[in-house]
Ligand binder design. Sequence first.
Ligand code: AKG
Ligand code: FE2
Length: 261
Amino acid sequence: MTKRAGSEASLTPPPAVISPSAKRRKPSAKTVADSVLSDEFQQVTLQPWVDAYRIKGLGYGGDVYYQPDFLPVDTAKRWYNEISQLDTYQPELKMYGRTFAQSRHVAAYSTSPGMTLKYSGTEINMHHPFPPALAEMQERLEAALGVKFNHCMLNRYDDGSVYIGKHSDNLNNLVIASISLGAERTFILSPRMPAKSSKGAKGLSEEQEEELKGRGNHKCKLANGSLVVMQGRTQEFWKHEIPKEASVKDGRISLTFRQLV
Ligand SMILES: O=C(O)CCC(=O)C(=O)O
Ligand SMILES: [Fe+2]
């Protein structure tokens, strides 16, 4: 049961920085660039997928892809209906000494038993195994991208009042693949300038720093059945959000597949 001492609508909370991170092993301090990916988890390099769907013009660190027609519309509809039936919950957020229920409903799944996850500061158990629709989706995703995933987070946005604030995901999430089902929503990428002292900014040349300063926001619509992939150093140098959109009356579900190490 969710204890609710307020609603997200009654105050403007700070951006929800909710970044699933693995709890099995201490997170590595290495940046993505320093990391040696395991044999199991690779970044997406498959040609011509990468060439066809890369979002161009993001500048340094923006390794993001958008495929509008990843799923046929009827498959997306079927999965939306099926996945809408799954159990979800609203994590609690503590802000300004008050407790809020996050506007999104979420659920977490893992491909192996016993994995736990920190979400909104609270450790949660992940459902295992994947429900059939998610297993099918994972299979299709892995075949299309040529990489493996072991975790999926379901985010349910019941209408345009439900949102996810500007945030970056945990740097350990080397590849994040997000499938959209249902209502079209706006996705905004905005530049993030890492602090000089942060590991992410280490090793940048003056030219690269200048390039980082010149970047602007990138906005796109996420269609029913579409796929977004963020990888490389994207989380270090970019934030993303799904803002509120009063005109959207229908629900959307996103399924974000990750490689938790
Ligand atoms: O719903 C989406 O497409 C984005 C979800 C997201 O950014 C997240 O779960 O970290
Ligand atoms: Fe995210």
